[in-house]
Design a protein around this ligand. Structure first.
Ligand SMILES: C[S@@+](CC[C@H](N)C(=O)[O-])C[C@H]1O[C@@H](n2cnc3c(N)ncnc32)[C@H](O)[C@@H]1O
Length: 226
């Protein structure tokens, strides 16, 4: 383990007022060392989200035995952690979206994705993705204050076909404060009948976090209804 490789100052300074541009710069700069940093902090977001996917596809009530060519979006794909795990399971139709071209360039070299989309998840309509374009959207370690606004959750819901899944991890220090708006947005979509909650579990996201408040996340699965 190379313990000298750490989050950059620019990344550590991201906060609720940070712009999409600041988040992009932070990840572009950190891309060459991201996998090392993620190993050093024991990051598990991709593993958790694929675990939730595995659970959904092996449940008769949730999303049983989908075809291997279902259209999947890895939103905030980074260097391809989820893509690698889906490829190992035989899924052949997976796209990657990320705000950072530098992260996507590293993913591209692994030949995991059909299409690479460099665009920010935000609370405004993303023209790169059609409504109901995907069967499943996975989003690990992306929706968090400093990176993605709560309204982006509504965009992610828009990307998914009725009957499909939205699976994501969100750090507890983003989800729990009601005033940040992440939990409220999820609940609003539930009350409006947009989606149904399948799974919400508190899990360890980083086994050796640089700050204790980063240790836990919620692993959440929604089934999109309309
Ligand atoms: C913690 S990494 C997780 C990468 C990958 N999902 C994984 O689990 O290994 C967060 C990723 O989100 C991307 N990101 C940050 N803000 C974003 C935004 N607004 N829209 C899209 N991607 C974003 C970053 O560039 C980075 O690749």
């Amino acid at each position: 383990m190379d313990s000298e490789v750490k989050y950059t100052d620019r990344f550590l300074k991201l906060n609720r007022d940070s712009s999409v541009e600041e988040s992009k710069m932070a990840y572009d700069e950190m891309a060459p060392s991201w996998e090392k940093i993620s190993e050093n902090v024991g990051y598990k977001g991709h593993i958790l989200c694929v675990e939730a996917f595995d659970r959904a596809v092996s449940s008769n009530d949730v999303y049983p035995n989908p075809a291997k060519d279902i259209k999947i979006l890895d939103a905030g794909a980074g260097t391809g952690g989820i893509g690698e795990m889906l490829k190992a399971r035989g899924y052949t139709n997976v796209d990657a979206l990320d705000i950072s071209q530098e992260m996507l360039n590293l993913a591209a070299g692994k030949h995991l994705y059909k299409k690479l989309i460099c665009a920010p998840l935000s609370d405004t309509h993303m023209k790169e993705i059609e409504t109901a374009e995907y069967d499943v959207v996975l989003c690990a370690g992306v929706i968090v204050y400093g990176q993605v606004k709560p309204g982006a959750i509504e965009q992610c819901a828009r990307f998914v076909k009725p009957g499909g899944l939205f699976i994501f991890s969100i750090r507890c220090d983003s989800y729990d404060p009601v005033e940040y708006g992440y939990s409220a947005t999820c609940e609003k979509l539930e009350k409006s009948g947009k989606w149904k909650l399948i799974l919400k579990e508190k899990r360890e996201l980083h086994s050796t976090p640089n700050e204790e408040r980063y240790r836990y996340c919620y692993l959440i699965t929604y089934k999109v209804l309309q």
